[in-house]
Design a binder for this molecule. Structure first.
Ligand code: COA
Length: 193
């Protein structure tokens, strides 16, 4: 098969996971994303402080994450069976380091169904095979057992802990840096062709 044929197949499947597809965030998604962001199960794990912001501020944040205006990263909605189930972005990729920073959310009612794992697989594929990332990294709070487990499952490693960085219920918690290098990604997944 020629590269012409292989690349056409590759492009056709690039945004597809096992259970979902990544697609642009549309205006119609913003209300749902704002609802999620205001949900305690999301805010607790994504913001240092449990904060409730004006809806328009959260809407603007999602619009910015999904703008895809240049080559420094991407932001997409995840759709399964016609429903919005999550959002992911990999941003701040720049030479010479070529390190992408990953942020994601799975809607509260869609968690623990394998969507997060699937979103990560598609986002890492994009980051390492289309955006030339050398590494993808993220920060997760030390109490986020499910997040840490999910990131380790797809190949992220714990790289460090920033002690006592976030307070909840009067107690300090660490945040945890995790990363996956391109060679670690490709060691676990075959090169496309
Ligand atoms: C963390 C998150 C992205 C994971 O997505 P998800 O769709 O729920 O994840 P999946 O269903 O693909 O996988 C969840 C894994 O965590 C495991 N898990 C669930 N609860 C757990 C817990 N309390 N402790 C450890 N592992 C747990 C599941 O068993 C599953 O692992 P397995 O496939 O090995 O059985 C998603 O739950 C989320 O957005 N949570 C709220 C916000 C958040 O935590 N964000 C992280 C910010 S960095």
């Amino acid at each position: 098969m020629s590269d012409y044929q292989r690349l056409r197949e590759w492009a056709a499947g690039l945004f597809r996971g096992e259970k979902l597809t990544l697609r642009p965030v549309e205006d119609a998604d913003i209300e749902m994303l704002c609802d999620w962001w205001d949900h305690p199960d999301i805010t607790l794990f994504n913001e240092g402080n449990i904060v409730r912001r004006r809806r328009e501020e959260n809407a603007e944040m999602f619009r910015q994450w999904a703008a895809n205006k240049d080559d420094s990263g991407f932001g997409y909605a995840a759709e399964a069976d016609g429903q919005l189930v999550g959002q992911v972005s990999v941003h701040s990729i720049k030479a010479p380091a070529m390190i992408g920073k990953l942020g994601m959310v799975v809607g509260p009612e869609f968690q623990d169904r394998g969507y997060g794992t699937d979103i990560l697989e598609v986002a890492l594929r994009l980051a390492f095979t289309e955006y030339a990332c050398r590494k993808v990294e993220l920060i997760v709070f030390g109490f986020s057992d499910r997040g840490i487990h999910t990131y380790e499952k797809v190949g992220f490693q714990v790289e460090g802990r920033r002690r006592g960085s976030v307070m909840h219920a009067g107690k300090w918690y660490d945040d945890v840096s995790m990363g996956i290098m391109a060679e670690e990604y490709f060691a676990r997944r075959p090169r496309p062709f």
